[in-house]
Design a protein. Structure first.
Length: 234
């Protein structure tokens, strides 16, 4: 059996997305690409207690700008940045920006279970273990606009045991800290009439390594060894 080649990013419709811990991009398992929904998806192994970086880029120089909106564990947007028309290097978000030079980091965390019915409230994650990139094609109408961002409340890291999510991971929004760079914002308009919806969507689902192995998403050490032998002609 021929093993799948390891990849560390999803690339689709002229864009790429990946998750990093420090300088290390995480391996993407079982990538899937759907032309009808314009969506690429895959699985990554999360490491509790580790901060992670959200990264995306345009693969080619374009005449349009790109707006990447990233939501984590549900529909609350945690990152919203612009790639200007000539820009093709990685855009790296190290946390949720709360002021021009302040942020709160993204941290993989263990999801705890409880039988306390009071945890069923507005801060429960609706899609724990999911990082969703929605990328829109845009035209910049006003450059260097005043910074404006309203951060969302963090989701609870507890779920009711009825959800049957035991052993899963979730993202904790860390403590406030200064950022390395300031953030200027722009005002934009859709690049075309068709660009009121995402041009491409990336979905990276993160789970503990053991769950990925048990579910067949990550190959076992034996399968990895066999894959190496196949590639080497053994």
């Amino acid at each position: 059996m021929t093993a799948e080649k390891e990849i560390t990013e999803l690339t689709f419709r002229g864009f790429s997305a990946q998750i990093r811990i420090g300088d290390r991009p995480l391996i993407v398992y079982k990538p899937e690409y759907d032309e009808e929904t314009k969506t690429a998806s895959g699985w990554i192994a999360s490491e509790p207690g580790k901060e992670y970086l959200v990264c995306w880029k345009k693969c080619d120089v374009t005449v349009f700008a790109a707006n990447g909106r990233v939501s984590i564990d549900g529909p609350r947007v945690r990152s919203n940045i612009i790639a200007r028309p000539p820009k093709t290097d990685w855009l790296v978000e190290t946390g949720e920006r709360i002021e021009m030079q302040k942020e709160k980091p993204f941290v993989f965390s263990e999801l705890s279970m409880t039988d306390d019915d009071t945890v069923i409230d507005k801060d429960i994650a609706t899609d724990p273990g999911t990082i969703k990139f929605e990328i829109f094609r845009k035209t910049i109408t006003v450059d260097n606009a005043e910074f404006s961002w309203t951060s969302s409340d963090p989701f609870s890291t507890r779920l009711h045991e009825k959800t049957k999510k035991a052993g899963a991971h979730i993202t904790k929004i860390g403590e406030e800290r200064p950022t390395r760079d300031s953030r200027c914002t722009v005002q934009t308009a859709p690049f075309s009439e068709a660009d009121t919806v995402p041009f491409v969507t990336f979905i990276l689902r993160y789970r503990p390594e053991g769950i990925l192995l048990a579910g067949g998403f990550k190959p076992s050490p034996l399968q990895q060894s066999q894959g190496e032998a196949d590639r080497n002609g053994g």
